[in-house]
Design a protein around this ligand. Structure first.
Ligand code: PEP
Ligand code: MG
Length: 542
């Protein structure tokens, strides 16, 4: 048999060798509608059954999985969603039609938000829509029974479908469709499960039970590999196993260069739900908390809800410093009802601190919650997308006003260190002019603005290179400005988690970085290997 090699997009990197388990297509059954009362009873029973299924799946899931299932379960309990459907049934519409029509509108709303959280929520809604439709049409939820050592190939997969997989049997996943930003991809990455998506028409050529190498390092699926390909893949797989084992050892230890210099390695937090799977002792605190996720819950979170989440994060950190960034909406992270619609270039528009300053009443809620949380532990608060010193001063003035208000009300609060992200070239060039307690370089946006290459445009992905000498020169410049001013500088963009780029940052004088939790071990190992070898690529900025 000749080996066949197919290409796909890497949604979660890794390597797996096993047998392909091709999931059969299920045919949607037709359902005939009854009278209005029967339809109402059928829908409510289906919703009830779906809620019970989700509850039982959530019990078997980890915190991230449970969060997705709880989101779906909460929708089933949401009168604003269900009541109009019930009214439509009383008006004579069939249960499956009314349910599908309503959910499709919600899905389309979420799918409009061009950001990964919205994309993932749209996928959750599709999942929920299909679960209830499946129950209504009498189809049993198709459990994916996997043999040992399987690599699952399926047209598409819902988050709850993913969570119902037997993780011990599944070595990897191949999807005909899929999205690199969806929840299934996030879940796979969090579990280190290789996932290749977007096989497209090649998917039709896959044969059940064939031997495969899922190479989600190179973006390939090799069907019926030759003996040589198999042996090579196996050797690489074993090497990855021992590398991972060695890397794990770094997690327990503080990050120190080969010359004995300590480097603080913190983590970036997008979803506090994932914190329960991370040992705080493995990092030096949180260098960036993206609070955007809080604003994607359908309505703007009130002060109590925000305070509760900030308090939970501080509690998790157990005395380590927690840096929380104020809302960075806009650009690739729109929030309906808050960010402006129809901007011709949202990355250069009303985003980050600009947006918060434009809506002081919304901003005040967050600042009050942060000031209250600051009374609980070592908190730092920073503003995103700052361009001018006067903007930063307004941020500080608003914070102080919120603090004075809380003090007047007798509510415990404190003033944390107030800092700012450096991600706009103008701020990188004039760092010394900002009266901030600390600076944190957002290298992804800085690179986007320096290289004029949008971070969400794959066609210019090659230009979006944080290793570009112009970016490195600006980083070095910011570090030097911080040193001269006696103000601490860290970096929380993705580049810090890249072992090829980290040495350049350390050579520029950075001694504090913040990386995604999955990059913690590899970053600490890259610190340990530093300096080791010549460093090239730095400009001579002063
Ligand atoms: C960055 O731009 O590097 C950064 C850390 O911020 P975000 O990725 O949230 O825009
Ligand atoms: Mg940014």
């Amino acid at each position: 048999m000749t080996e066949l090699v197919f290409s796909g997009q890497i949604a979660s990197p890794g390597l797996a060798l096993g047998r392909l388990h091709l999931r059969k297509k299920t045919q949607a059954r037709q359902r005939s509608a009854g009278d209005a009362a029967a339809e109402e009873a059928a829908l409510l029973a289906a919703i009830d059954q779906a809620a019970r299924q989700l509850e039982s799946l959530a019990e078997q899931s980890d915190s991230a999985g449970a969060e997705i299932l709880e989101f779906q379960g909460a929708l089933l309990d949401d009168d604003d969603l269900i009541d109009p459907i019930v009214r439509a049934l009383r008006g004579g519409e069939a249960a499956h039609d009314a349910w599908k029509r309503t959910l499709d509108v919600e899905i389309a709303d979420y799918a409009k938000g061009a950001d990964e959280i919205f994309e993932a929520r749209a996928a959750d809604l599709r999942d929920l829509r299909d679960r209830v439709l499946g129950i209504l049409s009498g189809e049993e939820e198709t459990e994916i029974a996997l043999p040992e050592g399987a690599i699952l190939a399926t047209e598409n997969l819902s988050p709850s479908g993913f969570l119902s997989l037997d993780a011990k049997r599944c070595l990897g996943l191949v999807l005909r469709e899929g999205s690199a930003h969806g929840h299934v991809a996030m879940l796979a990455r969090a579990r280190g499960l290789p996932l290749l998506i977007g096989l497209g028409a090649d998917y039709e050529q896959l044969i059940d039970e064939s031997q495969v190498v899922l190479d989600a390092e190179a973006g390939k699926l090799v069907l019926d590999p030759s003996e040589t390909s198999w042996a090579r893949a196996r050797a690489r797989f074993e090497q990855r196993g021992s590398e991972a084992e060695e890397l794990r050892a770094y997690l327990e230890k503080p990050a120190v260069t080969s010359e004995g210099e300590a480097v603080a390695v913190m983590i970036n937090v997008d979803s506090p739900a994932l914190l329960s799977d991370i040992d705080p002792a493995h990092c030096d605190g949180i260098g960036l908390t993206r609070t955007e996720f809080l604003f994607h819950e359908g309505s703007l979170p009130d002060e109590e809800r925000q305070y509760g989440i900030y308090a939970t994060i501080l509690h998790w950190a157990a005395g380590r410093t927690v840096t929380i960034r104020t809302l960075d909406a806009g650009g690739d992270k729109p929030i309906p009802g808050l960010t402006p619609e129809g901007e011709s270039n949202p990355f250069l528009g009303l985003r980050g601190l600009r947006l918060s300053l434009a809506y002081p009443e919304v901003f005040k809620v967050q600042l009050r919650a942060l000031a209250r949380a600051a009374a609980l532990g070592p908190l730092k608060v920073m503003a995103p997308m700052v361009t001018l010193p006067s903007e930063f001063d307004r941020f500080v003035a608003l914070f102080d006003a919120a603090l004075t208000e809380l003090e007047g009300e007798g509510v415990p609060a404190a003033r944390p260190q107030l800092g700012m992200m450096i991600e706009v070239p103008a701020a990188a060039l004039t760092t010394a002019a900002f009266d901030a307690d600390f600076f944190s370089i957002g290298s992804t946006d800085l690179t986007q603005y320096v290289t004029a290459s949008a971070r969400d445009c794959p066609a210019v992905g090659d230009l979006l290179d944080p290793g570009n000498p112009a970016v490195l020169e600006l980083i070095e410049r910011v570090v030097n400005a911080g040193l001269r001013k006696g103000v601490e500088v860290s970096l929380c963009g993705d580049m810090a988690g890249e072992p090829d780029l980290l040495p350049l940052l350390l050579a520029a004088g950075l001694r504090q970085v913040s990386v995604s939790p999955a990059r913690l071990a590899v970053t600490k190992s890259a610190v340990a290997a530093y300096p080791g070898g010549a460093i090239t690529g730095l400009g001579g900025a002063s």
